[in-house]
Design a protein around this ligand. Structure first.
Ligand code: PEP
Ligand code: MN
Length: 364
């Protein structure tokens, strides 16, 4: 169960424009005053309203550039004074919070390596008590919905209501063309549990490569995300951190121009009728699936009982292999992918085995 959050809608964040997607852009790191200002001018020209820059950088290994530190806050103040854009930076501890607040930073975000740690989040929440500044909470590096929402809840309990989740993908040991696996079902589950919590996407850290950002941003828009955070640098190839995933303001303009905007819903009566007919069909099919699963499990139990009576093992590896091959073949004929079928049938098989195991153990 998720607790109820007391949230202000995005319209109450005091932003100049909340047309979706709300775009937050700016460099991975503030490097020099010139780089910060040149990037800001490029973004202002695109009509961007929120400027991001990392001042304190969490790096995987020591010795990498760890951010310019507090001096960068003065550059962000200059961005705001000269362009009128709101400013955003990452805070990872109490010192960052105090300095960012003192400098008048408008929006804070909490990084993936911080939201994974409830002690760190609680300290940040305590430091922010009574200051209702907007905070974007990145997902923890591991795909744990409770840990992610737990971080949001800690901030909310400290009185912060202008909160949003920021999806930046998840670490994985598996090789992939992406730097962090999106695992879209995780932010979807967060939205199911907390529909009022705005959801942003950071396609830059998911991609790790600038050529993949456009498709990921479109995916997020298709899934009704409220906003995007996209790392943008006046000279991406010279960036001191995350060079390969940053885009120029001009490239950001192209990405945003190509985005197909979608509405969350439509009042059109034809659309509403078609949708409700199709949803009814889905509900009926889900019912059929549940009935079929229940019948399958009954038969599994009967098999378990005859196996037990005859002193036979629960698992016959050959039989499972035969099922997998048949499912792949019949699934392919119906346009169902092997990856999908593997997930579904592995779950069915696991449940079947555990039912028979319980019969053997006299628990059922
Ligand atoms: C960042 O936004 O620059 C950053 C460090 O992101 P993450 O916490 O997602 O790695
Ligand atoms: Mn970065």
């Amino acid at each position: 169960m998720s607790s109820t959050l007391n949230l202000a809608p995005l319209s109450g964040w005091g932003l100049p424009d909340t047309t979706r997607p709300i775009v937050i852009a700016g460099p991975c790191s503030a490097e020099t005053e010139e780089q910060v200002m040149a990037t800001a001018r490029g973004l202002k020209a695109l009509g961007i309203h929120i400027y991001r820059a990392g001042i304190w950088k969490p790096r995987t290994r020591p010795g990498s550039f760890e951010g310019v530190g507090s001096i960068g806050l003065r550059w962000l103040q200059r961005v705001k004074a000269e362009t009128g854009m709101r400013t955003a930076t990452e805070v990872a501890n109490v010192k960052h919070v105090y300095e960012a607040l003192k400098a008048g930073i408008d929006i804070l975000w909490i990084g993936a390596r911080t939201s994974v740690n409830p002690f760190a989040i609680q300290e940040i929440a305590d430091a922010l008590e009574g200051v209702d500044i907007p905070v974007l909470v990145k997902n923890p590096v591991n795909p744990d919905v409770d840990l992610w929402l737990g971080a949001v809840e800690r901030l909310n309990k400290a009185g912060l209501t202008r909160l949003a989740a920021l999806h930046r993908g998840f670490s994985s040991a598996e090789k992939s063309e992406l730097r962090n696996e999106p695992q879209w079902q995780i932010p979807i589950e967060v939205r199911r549990r907390q529909p009022e919590l705005p959801m942003f996407c950071d396609p830059s850290h998911i991609a790790g490569r600038r050529d993949l950002i456009r498709d990921l941003a479109q995916r997020a828009v298709n899934l009704d995300f409220h906003g995007l955070m996209i790392e943008t640098h006046c000279q991406p190839d010279q960036a001191w951190s995350d060079a390969s995933q940053q885009v120029t303001p001009e490239q950001l303009g192209d990405i945003l121009h190509a985005l197909v905007r979608r509405e969350a819903t439509s009042a059109d009566s034809d659309y509403q009728r078609q949708l409700s007919e199709l949803r009814e069909a889905i509900d009926q099919l889900d019912n059929d699936l549940l009935n079929a699963l229940a019948r399958r499990m009954d038969i599994v139990a009967q098999i378990g009982r005859i196996k037990k009576a005859n002193g036979i093992t629960v698992l016959q590896a050959g039989r499972w292999d035969e099922i997998v091959r048949r499912v792949h073949q019949r699934g392919a004929e119906r346009g169902l992918s092997e990856g999908f079928l593997d997930v579904v049938f592995r779950a069915i098989h696991e449940e079947s085995i555990s039912r028979q195991q319980r019969i053997l153990d006299d628990l059922a």
